[in-house]
Design a protein around this ligand. Structure first.
Ligand code: GTP
Ligand code: MG
Length: 555
């Protein structure tokens, strides 16, 4: 173990400060700064997965002596890192340096006897710590520092935004406050790893991998945890070993289709989680959905989890988004603000329906940044041309090839500010010809819509699919109206920004208030009929000579 690491795992104040500093700057996928060399998505995933496999989750008594607790655990081997958090009780996440330490700890752990109830014995890595004699241990305890797992309240957010120095500063503040922290990211990988232990009861060589916003760099504190059961590794290794004239195959049960296989697998895993998955509650098997899944809450981490299987394309889209987010520090800042703006105005929802999704919004941000002059992001087709033989990736017949080494992509020469980009994003989509054009990040230009859904965003890999097929005309209209009004507010403000002492929300804070329309009246402008306001907006955009305006007025 490196001496610095050992020091960092000590609870002493200097060491704890050092550790915090290391944690806040050391996360390549959560930091807002461009760091070189940048890690590949697969490297981050593998490191995190290894880390999670050496980690345990412990429900602790509310009062605990941190030093003694760590000393007790280090009997099983050196500890690499740890943190505490609160969620209906106090929890500790402890990462050992070696996997064997976890086994050693499991070997001294007993299954509780519960009186009239009976326990299902299952040796997991989720423990309960009890004090043998609580009275002499709780005296004179210094309070334990807990890591925060939730996003700031709206009130705190408005305060922070109103105190910011500029709109750019506001967007960066929002990113800093909402992005997944190092600890939250660890907890997400750990939760997947704990679920993998349960699934491994049936499929010993399986992997449960997180995907979606938990890993693509666009996750907000509190977002759901998407995970998929990866059975692809099973049997691969031995297939390579086969030699000579003989070919060994497993005897298996055949079912009519891939979909039925997925349903059967998820059904038993769902049953396992429900029957003996420690901390898994509210298990729902949603097997008839387009993409069958098992939904449950992981009580100890507080995550709402969606478990699917056979979802390699979704993992590949997470990798693509991770790359786009890591290429330029403006990407995530802009996407977070757009996603928060959409949430604040109920354009997105946690309930499935005709709403636009965060995934679609992120695609719109990427597309918009590809359309700047010079472009801030490259097209997916360009990333494909940079790919080498090792990057080649075909999943279910779809070509998902793109360069995976971020360091081979040249940074953009575009220096536009976040303030300008936010304003232009709203203008661009407030005037986009949604009725005839499709958004296409593969080519980075509008295409004719191949079908009549109100909003068409081409799936980057399964190119015949529309990722926003669910969005209704009225939801799209609401998006367009709000985008126009937001562009309008930013334009007006640019001319006449309220002074910080006036206590009026400004910039991004004004855009996040529940009704943007109210803000127009707030800024002392008598509210005019919508059509006139929009006309004014368009006139004001024209008269300000909006540089690089790529907007296509479709009405
Ligand atoms: P939030 O959970 O809202 O923070 O964002 P998310 O990106 O995790 O979205 P969601 O949980 O809805 O979906 C998880 C992942 O599934 C996404 O990141 C995508 O990779 C993929 N996904 C979601 N919706 C679609 C879709 O309509 N089409 C395709 N191809 N993939 C999708
Ligand atoms: Mg998600």
């Amino acid at each position: 173990q490196c001496p610095l690491r050992r020091l960092l795992s000590c609870p002493g104040t200097v060491a704890a400060d050092l550790r915090r500093e290391e944690q806040s700057s050391g996360s390549a996928e959560t930091g807002s700064e461009d760091r070189t060399p940048k890690k590949r998505f697969s490297e981050v995933q593998n490191e995190r997965r290894g880390q999670a496999q050496r980690t345990v989750l412990i429900h602790c008594p509310n009062k605990i002596d941190e030093k003694k607790f760590l000393k007790f655990l280090s009997q099983h081997g050196p500890i690499n890192s740890h943190f505490f958090y609160e969620s209906f009780g106090l929890y500790a996440v402890v990462e050992f340096c070696q996997k064997e330490s976890v086994t050693s700890l499991q070997n001294i752990t007993r299954t509780p006897s519960l009186g009239p109830e009976a326990a299902i014995p299952f040796k997991s890595r989720y423990f309960n710590l009890k004090l043998r004699n609580s009275s002499n241990q709780t005296s004179e305890l210094s309070s334990i520092q807990c890591s925060n797992q939730s996003s700031p309240s709206s009130k705190k957010l408005y305060q922070l935004l109103c105190c910011a120095e500029s709109v750019d500063d506001q967007l960066n503040t929002l990113l800093r406050e909402f992005q997944l922290t190092e600890e939250n990211t660890r907890l997400r990988y750990l939760t997947c790893s704990l679920i993998e232990d349960v699934a491994a009861a049936y499929f010993p060589d399986c992997a449960v991998r997180p995907f979606g916003s938990s890993v693509n760099g666009f996750g907000k504190l509190g977002c759901d945890l998407d995970m998929f059961l990866d059975l692809d590794e099973i049997g691969k290794f031995s297939a390579q070993k086969t030699s000579g004239n003989f070919l060994m195959e497993f005897q298996v049960k055949n079912v009519p289709s891939e979909r039925v296989a997925t349903q059967k697998i998820l059904s038993v895993i769902g049953e396992c989680l429900d029957q003996f998955g420690p901390g898994c509650v509210g298990v729902q098997k949603i097997l008839n959905a387009r993409c069958p899944l098992v939904r449950f809450s992981h009580q100890a981490s507080g995550f709402q989890c969606d478990l699917t299987t056979n979802n390699r394309i979704a993992l590949k889209s997470s990798e693509l988004l991770y790359m786009y987010g890591a290429l330029d520090s403006r990407v995530r800042a802009l996407a977070f603000s757009v996603r928060c703006w959409a949430r604040a105005h109920s354009l997105t929802s946690s309930i499935p329906g005709a709403w636009i999704t965060n995934f679609s919004l992120t695609m719109m941000v990427i597309f918009f940044l590809q359309r700047r002059s010079p472009p801030i992001l490259p097209t997916l087709d360009y990333l494909k041309t940079l790919a080498d033989a090792e990057d080649k990736c075909i999943i279910e017949g779809y070509n998902c090839t793109f360069v995976r080494d971020l360091n081979r992509i040249k940074p953009s020469g575009n220096t536009e500010t976040l303030e300008l980009l936010l304003k232009e994003f709203f203008e661009y989509f407030g005037n986009f010809a949604f009725n005839k054009n499709s958004i296409n990040i593969r080519q980075g230009k509008e295409q004719n819509k191949p079908e009549s859904s109100p909003l068409h965003i081409q799936n980057p890999f399964e190119t015949s699919l529309n990722v926003s097929k669910n969005v209704s005309q009225s939801q799209l209209q609401k998006f367009v109206d709000l985008a126009r009004e937001s562009a309008w507010i930013l334009h007006q403000e640019g001319k006449d920004r309220p002074s910080p002492s006036s206590n009026q929300p400004w910039g991004l804070a004004a855009l996040l208030l529940p009704s943007v329309a109210n803000n127009v009246s707030l800024s002392k402008k008598k509210k005019k009929p919508a059509s006139e306001r929009i006309k004014n907006l368009l006139d004001s955009i024209k008269s300000s000579g909006a540089e690089n305006s790529t907007a296509t007025n479709g009405r």
